[in-house]
Unconditional design. Structure first.
Length: 29
C-alpha cells in the first residue's frame, strides 16, 4: 500500500507546489 501511496503523495506535492509557488514567490518578494 505504501508503494502505491508514495508516487501519489509525490505527485500531489508537486502539483500543490506548482499551484502555490506563485503565492510563495509573491510573499517572498
Amino acid at each position: 500500500m505504501s508503494e502505491s501511496s508514495e508516487p501519489d503523495i509525490l505527485f500531489e506535492g508537486a502539483e500543490w507546489f506548482d499551484q502555490n509557488k506563485g503565492k510563495l514567490f509573491n510573499g517572498a518578494c
